[in-house]
Design a protein around this ligand. Structure first.
Ligand code: ADP
Ligand code: ZN
Ligand code: ZN
Length: 729
């Protein structure tokens, strides 16, 4: 009899910074880390057991018994519980919320993890494809098809778990879905063998492999095409050979199908699990369980997968470590890259942060010796880096924003049968509707954004809150019939290029044309097959893909980032242009990058022309140090939103007064300001910045401050959150 352990302390997914005690007659130490179903309020909730306390603060008569402890599946290990506790502390988020984020929702039901037998593969039939193509109706069945496509779902059980999964029977009856043969694994059997490493690659692999100090954080800075991925794969090979698990983080899995198949192709015998939030619940739960039980060898995933339990973890890889999508911008605002580094230290394993253009934070760490710097300066296949030039547009007549020099270069590529990319820096280019006679502009009725023109389906859409409307035939304000899209969106440039080069196949790549993973993959396949001559694209194109036929990148609208209010805008611009330039000339054709600008002498462009990240980083860091910006200071942002701006501001002013009552010496508390995008989905948003020269006192202060704030009475509709190390200021 184990009578002393009759209490379970449980973390529940509720926004309260506390744990909850329950009775459980047969509780034992093995229950720590297990999922448990408990009564909560008038309903039930699933949480995780974090301790077996001897006594409870709750009066014995008020303690309730658990409903069920889930003992059929492995318990979450202690280091996982420590990890979520750390994230809760560091980001000042209730532990239950962190657990709700880290744990796949499907894991709470035993059946979601049950055997995969008798679970056939399902896909759209021809009728289903046709129904999806003409999306005029809006039915539950149709929504299910869309969800299935977006989630890349394959199994019957996964289909049923989709939000509109109850329409499954209906879609079968209509003949839209049917059972299909199991798809062959992309590279089954055919292990693509590793190429011999270049001198620089070998030096990097050996440095990491030979360091036997457990934890170390390596910053692998390699120009695009230098073979960073090959370094990851070699390190992973060694880890797998030692029987260890590898965690590989990528910024956006929808953008990296090439990497996924490269990993699966290299390790055909290994169990590779992909994890990302667009996945169906069942698939995510199964992947998570595979990792937890030690059956998965490689976990490849987006920021969320940093929370995967890995009992045999031996190596963490973070690809494109500078990418902003590692930072979650809502709820628990964690940085997966930073959490990955913490986790590597916790588990005493090496972590490799790779990028052609490291974040200035990581680069500064390397400069100070806290991270170990490794460099790949040459391209793996001995190709030259692209030639980068600026086109001075100050005295030029532009045609829809396109300069004669860029048009001539595009024409050259067409005659040579090579591909070009026209890259739009979206910041500063708002394809909004305007009236030249009265100055009316298509504002969003719900937020402070402008509505963006979508010519294809003649709609106006808000890219912030998602609201949409038809394009009016005349100016709503003065009745003028001649209203024009103003600024240049991808669609407008696409249309103009099609007029100028009628023989060219122009392909637009943006969030609209590549909305789902499948659409994106089919676009990539068409580009690789040479089915397009001119690509028109935004940020999505800047990420690491190989387009062997691509030899020219034209950049439009870059200047807008030079004078932005955000101190990180130049860093982002440099990263994007360096990445996008890296798309040019990756096979045996030399690449060229043409940047249209009114500031051809700007140091940022001079560094780009010289492929000199180090000089750019040094000068940018000097400027940051001068201004006292991160990484030379540490920031925490308090954000509040409410239907009325005054409520948000009042709350922040009150928070400011609380902070000023006991500020540590090094703390700077700024005034609350309405955000640039003040209105978002009918709520008014404002923020308050707190800054310090050192992290520890700032964290101590924020912990106390958050406690004070939680104790305040606030208007019912007001919400607030703390953002530690904010990326957007
Ligand atoms: P990065 O991730 O640094 O941009 P990749 O790892 O994708 O670079 O490598 C760029 C290209 O060079 C890929 O096509 C890859 O197959 C090739 N490559 C990488 N390393 C080698 C090598 N050692 N020998 C030959 N080709 C290589
Ligand atoms: Zn809006
Ligand atoms: Zn008008």
């Amino acid at each position: 009899m184990d009578s002393q352990h009759r209490l379970l302390r449980v973390a529940l997914p509720v926004p309260l910074p506390r744990l909850f005690d329950y009775l459980c007659d047969d509780a034992g130490p093995g229950d720590i880390g297990r999922c448990v179903r408990v009564p909560f309020g008038r309903g039930e909730k699933t949480g995780v057991v974090v301790a077996l306390p001897e006594t409870s603060d709750v009066a014995a008569g008020r303690l309730k018994p658990v409903i069920q402890v889930q003992r059929e599946v492995a318990a979450l290990p202690d280091d996982w519980l420590e990890l979520v506790a750390f994230v809760s502390r560091y980001y000042h988020a209730p532990i239950g919320e962190v657990i709700a984020l880290a744990l796949p929702p499907g894991l709470r039901r035993a059946d979601a993890v049950a055997a995969e037998d008798e679970d056939p593969f399902i896909d759209l039939t021809e009728q289903g494809e046709a129904a999806l193509a003409d999306r005029r109706r809006d039915s539950r069945s149709l929504r299910l098809l869309i969800q299935l496509r977006e989630a890349g779902v394959q199994r019957r059980s996964q289909v049923r778990e989709l939000p509109d999964g109850q329409a499954f029977a209906e879609t079968l009856r209509r003949g839209w879905l049917g059972v299909v043969p199991a798809p062959e694994r992309a590279d089954a059997g055919a292990s693509r063998s590793a190429p011999p490493l270049t001198v620089e690659q070998r030096a990097a692999v050996e440095a990491i492999a030979e360091s036997d100090e457990g934890f170390a954080c390596w910053l692998l800075q390699g120009v695009t095409g230098s073979g960073k991925t090959e370094v990851y794969l070699q390190l992973a090979t060694a880890a797998l050979a030692r029987g260890e698990q590898v965690l590989m983080l990528v910024p956006e899995i929808a953008l990296t199908p090439q990497l996924e198949s490269r990993v699966a192709g290299r390790f055909p015998a290994a169990s590779v699990v992909s994890l990302h939030s667009a996945q169906a619940e069942g698939a995510r739960s199964r992947g998570f369980m595979h990792a937890l039980e030690g059956r998965a060898d490689i976990v490849l995933g987006t920021r969320l997968s940093v929370f995967t339990p890995l009992p045999r973890l031996g190596l963490i890889l973070v690809d494109e470590e500078h990418d902003a999508s590692y930072k979650q911008q809502e709820g628990v605002r964690y940085s997966a890259r930073d959490v990955a580094v913490w986790r590597a230290r916790q588990r005493q394993v090496p972590v490799v942060l790779g990028s052609a253009t490291p974040s200035l934070e990581s680069w500064q760490h390397a400069r100070q010796g806290r991270y170990r710097a490794l460099q790949l300066r040459l391209r793996a296949r001995a190709e030259a880096l692209p030639r980068v030039r600026c086109i001075d547009t100050r005295r030029l007549r532009l045609d829809e924003g396109l300069s004669p020099a860029l048009l001539a270069a595009l024409g050259d590529r067409l005659t040579r049968g090579e591909q070009s990319l026209v890259f739009l820096n979206r910041r500063g280019y708002a394809p909004v509707l305007s009236c030249p006679s009265c100055g009316w502009i298509s504002h969003c009725p719900h937020c402070s954004a402008n509505l963006v023109v979508h010519l294809a389906d003649r709609r106006l859409r808000c890219h912030h809150c998602g609201c949409d409307a038809a394009i009016p035939h005349a100016c709503p304000s003065c009745g003028n019939q001649d209203i024009q899209p103003f600024g240049r969106g991808t669609q407008r440039i696409e249309a103009r290029l099609a007029e100028l080069f009628p023989e060219a196949r122009v392909l637009r790549i943006d969030r609209d044309s590549a909305r789902t993973r499948r659409q994106w993959e089919s676009l990539l396949a068409r580009i690789a097959a040479g089915e397009a001559d001119i690509l028109v694209g935004t940020q999505m194109m800047a990420k690491g893909h190989d387009f062997p036929q691509l030899t020219l990148v034209g950049v439009i609208g870059a200047d807008a980032s030079l004078h932005a209010a955000d101190f990180r805008a130049p860093e982002r611009l440099f990263q994007q242009l360096m990445q996008v330039g890296g798309r040019a000339g990756r096979a045996h054709l030399p690449g060229e990058v043409l940047i249209q600008t009114e500031y051809p002498e700007h140091p940022l462009y001079r560094c780009l022309v010289g492929h000199d990240f180090d000089r750019f980083a040094s000068s940018e860091l000097d400027a940051r140090e001068e201004a006292g910006f991160p990484p030379f200071s540490f920031q925490v942002m308090l954000r509040a939103d409410a239907p009325r701006l005054d409520d948000a501001l009042d709350f922040l002013r009150h928070a400011q007064r609380l902070a000023q009552a006991h500020p540590p010496d090094t703390l700077r508390v700024f005034d609350p300001v309405p955000m640039r995008m003040t209105r978002l989905a009918r709520r008014e948003r404002a923020q308050l910045l707190v800054e310090a020269d050192a992290r520890a006192p700032l964290q101590r202060f924020v912990t106390e401050w958050v406690e004070l704030l939680r104790a305040q009475r606030i208007p019912r509709e007001l919400r607030w959150q703390v953002d530690v190390d904010p990326l957007e200021v």
